[in-house]
Design a protein around this ligand. Sequence first.
Ligand code: KG4
Ligand code: ZN
Length: 359
Amino acid sequence: MNVLGIETSCDETAVAVVRDGRAVLANVVASQVTLHAGYGGVVPELAAREHLTAIQPVVDAALAQSGLSLAAMDAVAVTNAPGLVPALLVGCAYAKGVALALGCPVVGVNHFLAHIYGSFYGCPDLLADAAAFPLLALVVSGGHTALVTVSADGHARLVGVTLDDAAGEAYDKVAKILDLGYPGGPLIDRLATTGNPKAYAFPRGLTGTSGKALAPENRLNFSFSGVKTSLLYAVRDRTLTSSDRADLAASFQQAVVEVLVAKTLRAAAEVGAPTVCVCGGVACNSQLRRDMDTALRKAGRRLVLAEPKYCTDNAAMVAGLGYHTLRRGGPPAAGFRVSARLGADLGKVPFAPLLKDDD
Ligand code: KG4
Ligand code: ZN
């Protein structure tokens, strides 16, 4: 089954063609980074207008890359939540229109769960291996920082979330404070390699190391606003040299990565997860990839790191998850709405090994 995937939840217009949930025949991403760079963040209305202009050329580019015509698509999958509502509406309206014209099904896909699915393109056989479950996924992006377990029969459960900023959001805000540009993640990642990670002792949010006792319910939760505020105070009324900036970037990154790794390890031990997936834009981070690998090797757990092109927003992850949803009977055709929020109940994911065909 050829699925046309469409993603417009934030500032990337992305289209992919994926066959049977595993073979990525095309994966095209048009970034709006330069459009939003001057604002230090994404402006929803501008994003929506840009999606409108970009969507048809990006679809054309994806079809050309796949070597298939639009008529060869068997279904359309589109992100319908969570995200920026005006931006989501563009992708959903387009997807429903195409599906109507082709007379094929269209399915709304949850962007957050799609990020988890993006981890599997490097190892699709994992999805048939019950011994690899329960999975623990760290979804770490500009919009989310959360730990999710997925049991072998598909039950997904949020076991930890950020109480304030997502990690990627903190990267972007810190980059703005340091005058580095947008998006901040890749810029800080690069700059950090030249700085001293011990130069500043930034707080490690919700780890109980600040002298304040950690409430049991926050054991697996995150908080990144403290490290950002602390950095803001550290630079106030100072003229920064380039070596100051590098030390600040390295110390900030150390504080964020240390907490992400420690909480992931703790969650994996608590739920007894043999496999840990790390996905979302911040999963591109070089130190996070390295430190997570070292820590999980030591803990005897398998690490599945999404390939960088499937970490940041893309439509291959949307088409893949959409395929599995449709295979299992999926939600009613065209009857979905857009939503800004993730929702507390993740329900069942359609890609686990012990799902029954009538699940
Ligand atoms: O998954 P994504 O493309 O969009 C959301 O769903 O949010 O993630 C974008 C986020 C941005 O905040 C960006 O700064 C961050 O991912 N990011 C990184 C790196 N590359 C992208 N953060 C840290 N290190 C990186 N190398
Ligand atoms: Zn995303």
